[in-house]
Write a protein that binds this ligand. Structure first.
Ligand SMILES: *[C@@H]1O[C@H](CO)[C@@H](O)[C@H](O)[C@H]1NC(C)=O
Length: 232
């Protein structure tokens, strides 16, 4: 073997040992000693959905409200057709009344300065668990109440006048939600919602993707009995 090849092989070996030992705790999983990975069996290509936008219609869309709302996730319109309402990175639900954005609701009672404006959506991760992160939004068309799936505070609800939302569910069958994500309200007022993980919080979504652990759940909340069951 040429000396150069030997040197390269030694370098690769040293790099592998360095990555395995991570002596300076620089790895993204350094703070998670119990981090585990799971194998994902991909479906065959024939089962992967094809693009639906054959004529590229999305290219005709325009970006609205850039620099006005940070990290909007879900969009909802109230029973009077007003909106959109959306949840933003600092934990507020804001509403567009046609000329400007107004505050509508909060999922966390803590609106201290740590929840104030920050330059990028990623800079909110550090305080999301204090300030809230409303992701899924849907109105109950009869009562005008807004259901909120907050990534940290679980399933919540706020009246048509907005303000501080009340918590409806934070766990199901003894397992706490870690990453409540989206929801829908059925005609019979049953709420269907999802919890993406019972291990990793939203701000650790990278770990959630790397580990591929399949413990996300689809849940049902019955407003009459106030019970939550796991559907799958
Ligand atoms: C809000 O959260 C911060 C950080 O956890 C804490 O220092 C502060 O006391 C809280 N404020 C209120 C009003 O609860």
């Amino acid at each position: 073997m040429k000396p150069l090849a030997i040197a390269a092989a030694v370098l690769v070996l040293l790099l592998a040992i360095y990555c395995k030992l991570d002596p300076f705790n620089l790895s993204p999983i350094a703070d998670y000693p119990h981090f585990q990975t799971f194998k994902v069996n991909m479906p065959p290509w024939s089962q992967i959905p094809k693009p639906r936008d054959a004529h590229n219609l999305l290219r005709n869309s325009r970006i609205k409200f850039s620099d006005q709302v940070q990290g909007p996730e879900s969009l909802a319109f109230d029973p009077l057709g007003r909106g959109p309402y959306t949840g933003v990175a600092d934990g507020r639900v804001v509403v567009w009344y046609g000329h400007s954005w107004s505050d509508f609701a909060y999922s966390s009672p803590n609106r201290s300065e740590i929840c104030g404006w920050k330059p990028s959506t990623a800079s909110y991760w550090e305080s999301e668990h204090v300030c809230g992160r409303p992701l899924g939004l849907r109105f109950d068309s009869r009562s005008g109440e807004l259901y909120i799936a907050d990534a940290y505070f679980g399933l919540m609800k706020v009246g048509p006048e907005g303000g501080l939302a009340t918590t409806l569910a934070t766990e199901a069958e003894g397992v706490k939600f870690k990453f409540t994500n989206d929801l829908d309200v059925d005609d019979d007022e049953t709420v269907y919602f999802t919890d993406r993980s019972s291990i990793h919080e939203r701000r650790n979504f990278v770990l959630l993707m790397y580990s591929a652990v399949a413990n996300g759940r689809v849940l049902r909340y019955d407003p009459k009995t106030k019970q939550t069951n796991v559907l799958m």
